[in-house]
Design a protein around this ligand. Structure first.
Ligand code: SAM
Length: 479
């Protein structure tokens, strides 16, 4: 029986509820009266000084996703853009993945790190190698990392992950610093989540891959990841261990996207119902070609058009949840979805173990083909040319604004007085320390323009002062 408050995976991601939702969405996909009501419910409303968005239930959002009437789809895109602008402005947060180890005991059929892959080079970074990787990432200008590792209790035990986090945070090279380490490792115990929390991680990210239990078990035929319930209930254990920023995701292409979409939103509703706070982020990866993986084998791949629609509908349904896309996507696809709701992107990524210290992009230990291969400086410049502010901000988490405290910042409209100046100050640091001449020029002009948009006069003056101080060599200011 469907119960969002249940702690059992099969009850909060109830298969029958998803099937009923899909049927309801199919039946109502041309019901314009209902669709108008749904769009009206999701529209931003003024509350005091701020803007509030109610979001949508998985059933309501599924109706929007199912609707194919061109004028309605246009309205969906417009509303997503409006919500994106209301809560995230034109800021885009930058990050990079750091692959620690590709040793893995699982058998995920879409991932080249699966245990049966005997020809892929296996590599695990030593602490010395991690230092070199982190210095290379700092020299690009990164401040926020997502560490990635295969699951292997012998080669990559939790102690290795914890030691690596400590190493990453300890490296101070020139003006560089990694200020937030997000972690994308396999589902683990409450005790291990507590240790990760104590190590000072930002978001704990775990992709569900698919919410469809039967498919999940086929796609993960052996190894600890085979256990659907243990995997699906991981975020509850993470929250029990004290981590209140968690990141959900689906690997699109494995199962039917409408099923995954409903499952994803039901998972978000479950976290909200049980822990009082929804997911901090949602990632939307698509299956990519990799070593011995042919993405065409999976027959549920989605077009760029459907991909954009999914992103717009997620933006509307969970307005306070950040959305992430990686360099799996091309420049043109990223361009399209940034408007519709994506708030974080990676740049200059290498998905191989030890890839950042190699002159040429290595492929031997790569997890998937990187589509957007531009350097970070190019991505930053490109974003600014499109009118975005690339942000290297990590302030919320360092100021303790995580979980529901972050959400309330969003909800009270203080984000323009806080995130906006923080984005400009961290961009200024990037321009001073790492950017090319062209990027500096565009960036400084943008900062001058954008400073004037800080609504609170006092905050505006303080921010201008901080920017001047950064120009004079000081670092790490934040609101
Ligand atoms: N090993 C960890 C786990 O089991 O959750 C997470 C780390 S894994 C490096 C990160 C994610 O990469 C996986 O959750 C999966 O969704 C994604 N991935 C794996 N193979 C992929 C492929 N061929 N194309 C795109 N993404 C892939």
């Amino acid at each position: 029986m469907y119960n969002p408050k249940s702690m059992r995976a099969e009850e909060f991601i109830d298969n029958q509820e998803i099937l009923d939702t899909l049927e309801y969405a199919e039946k109502n996909k041309n019901n314009l009266e209902l669709i108008d009501k749904i769009l009206e419910k999701a529209s931003p409303k003024k509350v005091g000084n701020g803007v509030h968005c109610e979001g949508l239930t998985h059933r309501e959002a599924s109706v929007l996703l199912a609707c194919e009437i061109p004028e309605v789809v246009e309205k969906i895109y417009k509303l997503a853009e409006e919500i994106k602008l209301a809560f995230y402005g034109n800021r885009i947060v930058m990050f990079a993945p750091l692959y620690l180890s590709n040793y893995c005991v699982n058998s995920c059929v879409y991932c080249p790190y699966h245990i049966k892959n005997k020809h892929i080079a296996r590599k695990k970074l030593t602490q010395e190698e991690i230092k070199k990787e982190v210095i290379a990432l700092q020299d690009m200008g990164h401040k926020r990392l997502a560490i990635e590792s295969g699951e292997d209790p012998v080669n990559n035990p939790i102690e290795y992950i914890l030691e690596s986090i400590k190493t990453i945070y300890s490296i101070k090279h020139k003006n560089g610093a990694i200020r937030r380490v997000n972690v994308n490792i396999a589902a683990t115990t409450v005790e291990n989540y507590r240790k990760l929390k104590e190590a000072g991680i930002g978001t704990y990210i775990l992709f569900q891959e698919t919410y469809h239990k039967e498919s999940y078990e086929k796609l993960h035929p052996a190894g600890p990841k085979h256990n659907y319930d243990y995997h699906t209930e991981a975020m509850d254990r993470a929250m029990e261990g004290g981590i209140d920023d968690v990141g959900l995701g689906v690997l699109f292409g494995l199962e039917m996207y409408k099923y995954e979409f409903a499952g994803l939103l039901m998972h978000a509703e479950h976290l909200e119902a049980v822990h009082g706070v929804g997911p901090h982020t949602i990632s939307v990866p698509r299956v990519k070609r990799a070593d011995d993986i042919d993405p065409d084998v999976f027959d549920n791949s989605i077009s760029d058009e459907i991909f954009s629609k999914i992103i717009a509908c997620i933006r509307i349904a969970v307005p306070y949840t950040g959305m992430i896309i990686s360099t799996r996507e091309s420049e043109s696809c990223r361009d399209k979805v940034l408007k519709l709701g994506v708030s974080q992107i990676s740049g200059g990524s290498r998905t191989s173990v030890g890839g950042y210290t190699e002159e040429e992009r290595p492929h031997d230990t790569e997890q998937f083909d990187v589509c957007d291969q531009r350097e970070l400086d190019e991505v930053v410049r490109w974003l600014m040319e499109l009118g975005y502010i690339p942000s290297f901000c990590t302030a919320c988490y360092r100021e303790g604004r995580t979980g529901d405290r972050f959400m309330s910042l969003c909800k009270t409209g203080q984000i323009q007085n806080c995130c906006h100046p923080n984005a400009l100050m961290t961009l200024k640091e990037f321009l001073e320390d790492y950017a090319s001449e062209d990027t500096v020029k565009i960036g400084n002009e943008l900062i001058t323009r954008e400073l004037e948009k800080i609504p609170n006069e006092k905050a505006r003056e303080v921010a201008k002062n901080y920017i001047e101080n950064i120009k004079n060599g000081q670092r790490d200011f934040r609101f």
